[in-house]
Design a protein around this ligand. Structure first.
Ligand code: PHE
Length: 351
């Protein structure tokens, strides 16, 4: 009886202790706010002196008759604590993940930073159109050197050493025999030297003249054209260049050919087109002329054929040359040639 009473008292005391200890542990777990903290507490509780271990150990010391009941309680308490630890761990892991997501989140609604896109330079736009017309007519695009022999730039083009026509082109000489080409016409000579007729080429490229103002640049671009075959006539020249003018500047363009002079063509001409702004009635662009000069041309001079070893009796041909800057300035209404070479993005963006 007395034993029984003692056992009951001991029971009540034990259960009270267990409940208190378990309650304290659960409360501590509930307050944990970070994973490192949780890990520390976990190690502590599961460790040698930890509550879970101690509870297990205390079991062994219980008198036989209370062991089943108290044991049950202890197990329940241990399970609850283990479960609380696990759930807390999951919750804290989730929270950590959530925080990471928040921190690393990308706002996909933010407008992307624009990469500035390049555009095609007006000179290239014009050249591409010129090429298109002549390639369509069976012409081939060829190129020649910018540092040229005096022979190809002048001599072979029927401009001998002391010919006054040399004064028209302010030449950059490198040596007596070497210069920066003043025109693309030397490509005519190089091509004819290398090939037999028929020859149908255009030759675009840079040319150089010592001259600089709003309409002249020391470096600019020309396109040369050459057509040599049996029986090429002045009619062919007019037909092809008229077709070119209308493809470039509009089907309604009138064209006129004025007599001119170039040492390497005979007869020579300058081609004008009717002004595409005022349609011929007179305006600022055409300086009230109604006409705009577009290119120089002519029938290849017999002397030039002789220089390249062609028989002037057997073949004939025409040649032409035009400034690409000039065409671009006319087409886009650009009043200063230097704008084409300044690389000012505000200007270039407009094309
Ligand atoms: N080369 C000449 C110039 O620069 C243009 C031209 C080319 C004229 C071909 C006639 C024939 O002015």
């Amino acid at each position: 009886m007395a034993e029984n009473l003692m056992a009951q008292e001991q029971m009540a005391q034990l259960t009270g202790q267990i409940e208190k200890a378990a309650g304290a542990a659960l409360e501590r777990i509930a307050k944990l706010a970070s994973l490192p903290e949780l890990n520390q507490v976990k190690v502590e509780m599961l460790g040698k002196k930890g509550i879970l271990t101690q509870m297990g150990r205390a079991m062994g010391e219980l008198p036989g008759e209370v062991r089943p009941l108290v044991g049950k309680m202890v197990n329940k308490a241990r399970q609850e604590i283990m479960k609380a630890l696990e759930e807390k761990e999951q919750a804290l892991e989730m929270q950590a993940l959530e925080e990471r997501w928040q921190k690393e989140a990308i706002d996909v609604t933010l407008p992307a930073r624009r990469r500035p896109a390049g555009s095609i330079h007006p000179l290239h736009l014009v050249l591409a159109d010129i090429k298109k017309v002549f390639i369509g007519l069976g012409f081939e695009v060829v190129e020649g050197p910018e540092v040229e022999l005096d022979y190809y730039n002048f001599e072979a083009l029927n401009v001998p050493k002391h010919h006054p026509a040399r004064d028209m082109q302010d030449t950059f000489y490198i040596t007596d025999e070497l210069l920066l080409r003043t025109q693309t016409s030397p490509v005519q000579i190089r091509t004819m030297e290398a090939r037999r007729p028929p020859v149908r080429i255009i030759a675009p490229g840079k040319v150089y003249r010592s001259d600089a103002d709003a309409t002249h640049s020391p470096m600019f671009h020309q396109v040369e054209g050459l057509y040599v075959d049996k029986k090429v006539t002045l009619g062919d020249l007019k037909g092809i260049l008229t077709l070119f003018a209308r493809s470039m500047f509009g089907e309604k363009r009138g064209v006129r050919f004025r007599p001119s002079y170039f040492p390497f063509t005979e007869p020579s001409a300058e081609m004008d087109i009717s002004c595409f702004i005022c349609e011929g009635s007179g305006c600022r662009l055409c300086k009230n002329e109604g006409w705009i000069e577009i290119l120089g041309a002519g029938m290849v001079h017999p002397r030039v054929f002789e220089m390249v070893g062609y028989d002037p009796e057997a073949v004939s041909g025409f040649a032409f040359g035009m400034g690409i800057e000039r065409v671009a300035m006319l087409r886009y209404g650009i009043d200063d040639i230097r704008l084409l070479f300044d690389s000012d993005i505000r200007f270039l963006r407009q094309f």
